[in-house]
Design a protein around this ligand. Sequence first.
Ligand code: DAH
Length: 346
Amino acid sequence: MLDKIKKLHSEITSLKINTRQELESYRLKYLSKKGIISSLFEEFRNIPNTIKKETGQRLNELKQTAQAKFDSLKSSLNTSEETRRDVDTTKPSYSFVSGSRHPISIVRREIIDIFSRIGFIVSEGPEIEDDDHVFTKLNFAPEHPARDMQDTFYISRISAEDSNPGDILLRTHTSSVQVRVMQSMKPPIRTISPGRVFRNEAISARAHCIFHQVEGLYIDENVSFSDLKQTLYYFAHELFGKETRIRFRPSYFPFTEPSAEMDLSCLICGGKGCKVCKNTGWLEVLGCGMVHPNVLEACSIDSRKYTGFAFGMGIERAAMLKYQINDLRLYFENDLRFLSQFKSAI
Ligand code: DAH
């Protein structure tokens, strides 16, 4: 009987089984109630006691080997057949819905990219500021109306009547970052400062109490108004397209002298006159000018040695012009039907 067991053992271990049918025949032949191994157990009852111990051990080993082979083949044949059945490699893959950037982020990134190509770095400042950085050092007279409660969100005011450099407020423009940069860097300075600003305004299609600006500042020896014009000309072409024409109109800001506002030829009608440009052919896009000597001096920069230009624009406004959006509130409503229309390369 020991010989028989040995023969069967090697027969089972060398057996090749490739399909579930072959596995079933194997089970019937060796492991079923009427199979070879069960019949050996029958036989085992009648063998002499002297060889019972060893034969029993061998027989159990045989049964375990046969069973283990069956178990492992069963699971591997199952999975490979299931895989074959369930995976259709000709099926198109599931569509993957990816999000898109907010139009404000797209335009902000484009502006940064455009200016970084001509050597401008990005600098940032705090949204909660003091009067000194937002107004006083930017040459705002103490009674200037921009400091008024109607425009500015104050967090703490030292005196109820008069403004004070120590008053804490939400910045009303990113020009405050100019001051911080000039206080911490020596010329030459070439920087842009994107960020959120806050004004106490009623929300409408044309105004919001939170919006975004980008400030630009360039300070060095011999910087002139023609440098300012050429820089903004390059910028307008890059952001709004090569056909865009620009013009400068004289304006007033306390922190620049001379000051100007820049218009773009209307992006809709190309300058012929339409509803969007109110028949003027031009769209207002930003404020700019030569940094006022008082501002340079207030930030410890020698105004006899250095000159510079600055500009500031609303990102919502730039995006409205670029994408022809007619209501500011759309930017803040998070309506996916609006947001998913904007795809960006950067
Ligand atoms: N700070 C101005 C505003 O919020 C925009 C501005 C105008 C910024 C002229 C400048 C500038 O740097 O030179 O309306």
